[in-house]
Design a protein around this ligand. Structure first.
Ligand SMILES: [Mn+2]
Length: 197
């Protein structure tokens, strides 16, 4: 089982995260931001990565630190659990529809973070979550794991659908990239012999 846990306490957040890359999509998420919980739960369910994520953050300041640190800690835990990335699919992509919205996510767990984001929201909040933090969440998790990550909203009008389609698309792409392919026989999926920049 590829598992990892992260615990970190700063003046901004007190956070503990556990992941199991070979899980079945079970989760226990509590960030203090309901909509963010809903999205991280979608990520777990559709990636099949078990995620336990509990944060007590400085929400009296704003949601920035809590949202950012959830992405960093989950990302660090995934990176730790991936280890040398032997035998993984490495690449993943998904077209992710939700009613009228269609999102495309393509990613490479290359060890070289790169981030392309082409998605805009037309309202400032989803539940109580500031929508500008959605882009930041993906930027942060991509940096922490070491992912070349492209996210594009092709079309869509309902902000909840757009956001959920992005998280679910990311989840399904991550499932393909993280899963071990038995045909690879434990080889590092790079002719360079390592994935890490
Ligand atoms: Mn929903």
């Amino acid at each position: 089982m590829r598992t990892a846990s992260i615990a970190r306490k700063t003046h901004e957040t007190d956070i503990s995260v556990e992941v199991n890359l070979d899980g079945c999509g079970t989760y226990d998420v509590s960030t203090g931001i309901g909509f963010l919980d809903h999205m991280i739960e979608q990520f777990s369910r559709h990636s099949l990565i078990d995620i336990r994520c509990r944060i007590v953050g400085d929400l009296h300041v704003d949601q920035h630190h809590t949202t950012e640190d959830s992405a960093i800690a989950i990302g660090q835990a995934i990176a730790q659990a991936l280890g040398d990335k032997a035998g993984i699919g490495r690449y993943g992509s998904a077209y992710s529809p939700m009613d009228e919205a269609l999102v495309r996510v393509a990613l490479d767990i290359s060890g070289r973070p790169y981030f392309v984001w082409k998605a805009d929201f037309t309202q400032e909040k989803l539940g109580e979550l500031d929508t500008e933090l959605v882009e930041h969440w993906f930027h942060s998790i991509g940096q922490a794991v070491g992912i070349t990550l492209h996210v594009e909203l092709l079309y869509g009008t309902n902000n909840h659908h757009v956001c959920e389609a992005i998280f679910k698309g990311f989840a399904r792409a991550m499932r393909s990239a993280v899963e071990r392919d038995p045909r690879k026989g434990g080889a590092i999926p790079s002719t360079k012999g390592q994935l890490g920049g």
